[in-house]
Design a protein around this ligand. Structure first.
Ligand code: ZN
Length: 65
């Protein structure tokens, strides 16, 4: 890992594939040209990296409907 290692925050999670920050890592992101294309489904990404797909803020929004 380099000195620019990014970390998850309350509002954003770092995509372990491309290193960019997102509120939520979606299927369309994983399949987009912005990412590596290694995973098609968020579930695969989640299981491989053992990393969260959504920030805490995004989860709270979802649970609040
Ligand atoms: Zn990505």
């Amino acid at each position: 890992m380099d000195a620019n290692k990014k970390e998850d925050t309350y509002e954003e999670v770092v995509c372990r594939e491309c290193g960019k920050k997102y509120g939520q890592i979606t299927e369309s992101h994983l399949r987009s040209d912005n990412c590596t294309g290694r995973f098609e489904f968020p579930k695969e990404y989640e299981e491989y990296h053992d990393a969260p797909l959504a920030s805490q803020a995004a989860k709270e929004k979802m649970s609040n409907g």
